[in-house]
Ligand binder design. Structure first.
Ligand code: GSH
Length: 200
């Protein structure tokens, strides 16, 4: 059995959205846990096996998978017939892995830097900047309807989730705005977000 440790209205929401999009809610046990929130509420939950007390955290037969991009890759590989993944040998596999990792290694750090109003030549040299990141998204989305190809993948769910919790970061770039809206307005993704927001 797969178990996802999840705190509503957090970075683990996108994993719940992926699970709903894949139609495998009956095959993943979703355990709600608390986390310390930026407003001072919440606390580390001893029921959460994540070594830093964070979410998301996925357990599968005693093995732990953490970090959103790794969890999405793990789930789409595990449920190999889902159209939201790109299996080994599929034409989009390289782009799929690249966008998933780009999120964790480049895009999320840039988003955090923006929130913290951080800038430094070393950060710029390593991550470039949000304008460069947005230009990459725009280029990909001008070529195809989604990041990997013309069919939505978990990479789209992951990267567009940013604009679900931080809509103010949406750039004024039609290709990005339209793509994010297409992703966030999908019935399963929207239903999870609305259910969590209304329960908060
Ligand atoms: N890069 C990680 C970030 C995980 C993360 O920071 N999660 C937040 C929730 S939005 C958390 O658990 N915070 C609680 C804490 O820092 O103790 C991922 O995407 O999985």
């Amino acid at each position: 059995m797969l178990t996802l440790y999840h705190a509503p209205n957090s970075r683990s929401t996108r994993i719940v959205q992926l699970i709903h999009e894949m139609g495998v809610t009956d095959q993943v046990d979703i355990q709600k846990v608390s986390i310390p929130r930026q407003d001072g509420s919440g606390a580390v939950d001893t029921a959460n096996p994540h070594p830093e007390g964070k979410v998301p955290c996925l357990m599968h037969d005693g093995a732990m998978i953490r970090e959103s991009d790794a969890i999405m890759l793990y789930l789409t590989d595990h449920f190999g017939d889902t159209p939201l993944g790109r299996s080994i040998g599929a034409p989009g596999r390289g782009a799929y892995l690249s966008w998933l990792s780009w999120y964790g290694n480049v895009f999320e750090p840039l988003i955090v830097m923006q929130f913290c109003e951080l800038s430094h030549p070393g950060l710029q040299a390593t991550y470039r900047d949000l304008a460069t990141a947005n230009a990459q998204l725009e280029k990909a989305l001008t070529t195809h309807a989604y990041l990997v190809d013309d069919q939505i993948s978990a990479a789209d769910i992951l990267i567009s989730s940013t604009y679900g919790w931080a809509p103010q970061l949406m750039p004024d770039i039609p290709a990005i705005r339209d793509w994010a809206t297409r992703c966030l307005d999908r019935p399963a993704t929207k239903a999870v977000a609305e259910q969590e927001k209304s329960a908060a």
